[in-house]
Structure formats: C-alpha cells, structure tokens
Design a protein around this ligand. Structure first.
Ligand code: TXA
Ligand code: MG
Length: 354
C-alpha cells in the first residue's frame, strides 16, 4: 500500500485535506495524525474492522485496548454508560488536553476497540489538527501511539513513516509534538480515581480538582508481582536495541561511574552511549553522548526522550547509560518510561563499583 503524506501545522489548517483524511477513516482506513503528546494511529473507533486493522498495522496484541479520541464534549455521552461527577470536573479542568479518562463503555463501542473490556479510554486532544481531523472523521477516532509495538512512541512524522509506512493509508505530518510523552491515564470506574499511567497532567494537578487520587502501585517498581491495571503498561515498551541502565547518585558519582564503565566497555569493543543533560553532557567521553534537555526544565527532557532512544538504535549503540531524573511532576512520567526502557535496571553509582 502507498502511504500518502500530507503536511500542515496548527497555524495552517487545510480543511480540504482534512476532509480527505476524514474520508479515509469513514471508509474504514487508517490515518496517523499529530497530537500534543505523541503521534496517533487513527481508525474509526466504532468500526470493529478498523480496530482490527490498527492492531495488525502496529503488530500489537489485541488485548491491549485503544484510546477513543473525541473533539467535542457533547460526543462523550453516546460512548459511555454514565459520566461521573469526577469526570465532569476533570474534563472542565483538563480537556481538551493530555488527559485520558477510563469510563464504563456504552454498547456503541465495539469490544474490538476496548480489547474486550467493558470500559473505554477517552481523550480529547488540544492539538488543532487532531481536533479538526477527528471531526472530519465522524467524531470518534481510536488511536494508539503511531509506532510499531515495542518501539518508542513517535514525536515526529518521520518516525511514523519509518514504523508504519506502507501499512496505512495516510500520515498527517504536523511537525514536532509539544509534550513528547503519552497522556496521563486516570481510571474513574473504581471507588477512587486512580492514575494508571503518569504524564504531563500530574497527581498534584489532579488533586487540585479532586479530593483524592490514587496511583497504580506498579508504575515505578520493577515487578511487584501484580499486573498493571492498564493492559498496555505490562509490556516492555520503548526498549532500545542497546543495553540501557539508569545510574543514580550525586552528579560527580554518576559522571565518574559512567565514564569508567564506558571506558571498560569500549575496551571490550562495544559502542557506548550516554543520556545526559545540558548541565552535564560535556563531562562524558562515551562514543555517543546525547543531552536529553535541561534539568531545570524537565519538559524539555520529556520532549526529547523518545527521539534520543530511537537515535541510539539508528547509531547502533550497544551499551547506554542514562542519568536518573527527579521523579516528581513531569519527572515521574519521564522516569516511568525510562525505567520501562531499561527493564528497571538501576545502578547506584556511589556504591563502590568503580
Ligand atoms: O497520548 C496518548 O494517550 C497517545 C495519543 C495518540 O493520544 N495515545 C496512546 O495510546 O498512548 P496507546 O494505545 O499507545 O496507549 C494506551 C494505553 C495502553 O496502556 C492501554 O492499555 C491503556 O491505555 N488503556 C486503554 N483503554 C483502557 C481501559 N479501558 N482500561 C485500562 N487501560 C486502558
Ligand atoms: Mg503506545
């Protein structure tokens, strides 16, 4: 299949082209599109065949449910059983935006879209291209991240084309995304609201709106013997081809440890890499040293992380060391993704391994 690429950004919406993209969805086809978090792989959420096609194109297990994207508040009612008070309040505060809510589904939503579950994940993105596209597509676009299963979510259209070119009808290239990590997921179907996946909307932000928000206990741990509540979180996502470990300690300890390990690995003929920050990157002497951003502003790190993981693959780096990040605010989402990428391999630099 030939994948048609169309280009537009939020300042230059081309409604005619979006009608064409919408028609692809209404006919049961697939279109990748930009959102503020990462690129999505869209299909008609109410068409079971389209959902099946999404799983096939991604190479994704079909028990891993899709997020239904909407553009307007009125379109929520028909796809859910009820809208709890907490959902009304979160929608008022964070929609449109990088928040996904899990609600009980109505019969309108096929089980193919929800991976067999009676609940449905719903998100209203704020990206203007995404919203106009969803409207043109009929209002309900099921969209996982637009990567092949197991690869980092794409933050630019080039990576969508790399993973899905030839497998889908169309890609809308809207340039770089703004946030770079997937939306925060909150489950509103249990007794207390619970975060199933951390993201740009943090626990603190949610607790400004709701009295109490719990967290899935599996988010930051290796294996507590418990399955994560979002089916997709159990897979080892975002794993680079190289062997990635996260190094903790003071800045001096981390730099010294990484440099000595990198020397040792290089001595054994391995290509080594470092994920550092603007503040530290000049201190490393591995083969490939990449700054993820500015420690002072962790949003810059969120935006670059997936691109960097892909670049290490492209450059065939075999051993990768990453600095750790503060697990507060957006830092929690960064560490959650980084821990998964590293298979939870964390080394304390101060403990005499040098
Ligand atoms: O930012 C995002 O959310 C992006 C953009 C494209 O909107 N989408 C995204 O979709 O990250 P995906 O499919 O890569 O991740 C969806 C996650 C998976 O971990 C899945 O298991 C979980 O949401 N999920 C979906 N429906 C669920 C449900 N009914 N109950 C629990 N978890 C659910
Ligand atoms: Mg994904």
């Amino acid at each position: 299949m030939d994948t048609k690429v169309i280009r537009m950004d939020e300042q230059h919406i081309d409604r005619e082209l979006l009608q064409e993209a919408g028609a692809v969805i209404r006919a049961g086809g697939l279109v990748a599109f930009p959102t503020e978090t990462v690129y999505g792989l869209g299909g008609d959420a109410l068409n079971p065949d389209a959902s099946r096609k999404i799983y096939a194109a991604k190479g994704r297990p079909s028990d891993n449910p899709l997020i239904v994207h909407i553009a307007d508040r009125e379109t929520l009612e028909p796809i859910v059983k009820e809208i709890p008070e907490a959902a009304v309040r979160l929608a008022e505060a964070f929609w449109p935006g990088p928040l996904t809510m899990i609600l009980n589904k109505s019969e309108t939503v096929p089980y193919e879209t929800t991976g067999g579950l009676d609940t449905v994940a719903v998100r209203m993105p704020v990206h203007k291209v995404a919203r106009e596209f969803i409207r043109a597509a009929g209002g309900y676009v099921a969209a996982p991240s637009a990567n092949r299963s197991g690869r980092p979510s794409p933050t630019v259209a080039k990576y969508v084309a790399e993973d899905l070119g030839g497998r889908i009808e169309m890609i809308i290239d809207g340039g770089d995304v703004e946030i770079g990590l997937e939306s925060t997921i909150v489950d509103l179907t249990a007794a207390e609201p619970m975060i199933l996946r951390p993201g740009y909307i943090t626990k603190e932000m949610l607790e400004d709106i709701l009295p109490r928000v719990e967290e899935d206990r599996t988010l930051m741990r290796a294996d507590s013997g418990q399955a994560p509540k979002a089916p997709g979180m159990k897979y080892r996502h975002y794993a680079p081809k190289g062997d990635l470990s996260i190094i903790t300690g003071t800045e001096d300890e981390v730099v010294a440890y990484i440099n000595s390990q990198a020397d040792r690995q290089r001595g054994m003929g391995k290509k080594t890499g470092v994920i550092g920050t603007d503040e530290t990157i000049g201190r490393y002497h591995a083969d490939v040293c990449k700054s993820a951003g500015v420690r002072e502003d962790e949003c810059t790190i969120a935006r670059e992380l997936y691109r960097i993981l892909r670049e290490f693959d492209d450059e065939s780096v075999e051993i990768i060391y990453s600095e750790a990040f503060d697990a507060s605010g957006i830092g929690q989402a960064i560490m959650n993704r980084l821990l998964k990428a590293a298979g939870h391999k964390v080394v304390e630099a101060g403990e005499g391994q040098i």
